[in-house]
Design a protein around this ligand. Sequence first.
Ligand SMILES: [Zn+2]
Ligand SMILES: [Zn+2]
Length: 368
Amino acid sequence: MRAVVTRPGAGRAWLADIPRPTIQRHDEVLVQMLRVGVCGTDRHVIARAISATRGLPDGDDYLVLGHEAVGRVVEVGPMVSSVGVGDLVVPTVRRGCDECAACAVGQADLCFTGNVRERGIVGLHGFLTELIVEQQDHLIRVPEELAEVAPLVESLCTPEKALRRIGNARAHLPMNGAVPGGVARALVTGSGPIAILAVLALRLRGVATWMLARRPATSAAARVAETCGATYVCLSDVDLEAPQASIGAFDAIIEATGAAELAVAMLSALAPNGVLDLVGGSQERKAVPVHASVLAAMMVRNLTLLGSVNANSADWQAAVADLGDMRRQFPGAVEAIITDVLSMRDVDVAFERTPDRIKVVIVVDGGA
Ligand SMILES: [Zn+2]
Ligand SMILES: [Zn+2]
């Protein structure tokens, strides 16, 4: 069967013919893949150096790409009870280390050792192929109405976990609201799929939301933000030395650009008791200056700086529920995130970054 694969050092992805998987354990499920989203993580995997052999599954000299997927169950093992043949499912991505307390209770997103594997990213084949086999515990059922947009569930997990973490960080405050911790005013930095979905998730909860990014106010990302009632601000219109002067102060900020300078600047845009959550990051070896007064303000205003990665099963369930609610409450907004629908034969251009692209989704051969 066909698959989109890569190999450390190759610097590209290509179509390959790989063996068809079969159910080996009683709790496994055979899933026909339908649609798979592409993101910056795939570009990092493709760009991996030849020395990165840890990224390859045991015994194989290639890695099937793809971790943002939806498929349909075609066969189930005898012990499978949570999904049935014909169900639409989204597979989760991270698999635990079998060594730590977090992974032991199914919270691999909090892994203490870092020895996790992730399908399509590190150590396990991904979903950009015709069929996959997966244990039932790693499959999330999704309603039929989400078939076209369900590759976004994986992206939405990140803001779902961020909102949960921000709520936890503010749980001690004497406030209530749709977002735990009573967040009334929030900012999302960035204009990629995770940033847009974070804006939609905040608007769904009635939070007054701003989006700050480099793209012009006429961009598709800015339009989606505004159709759901958020305010879009161009980065060029904000003085990063004094951001509050132009955009005010925020109870919560989700930093989704990964730009360290912006993350540091946004600490000065937090309201008292505010929380800044980093959901992006850069591996660049460069120093970013932080004024001592910014750290002093963190103390004086009870601020929290946190980072969050990946998601647990509660976040995946929340993402499925919220994606449906977003489609009902903000018609067209979720669909507008998927700017390019390609086929597996478009492998040479599918992973390219172009200015107008937000999310590329690949329709898998044989899937509908
Ligand atoms: Zn991704
Ligand atoms: Zn672990």
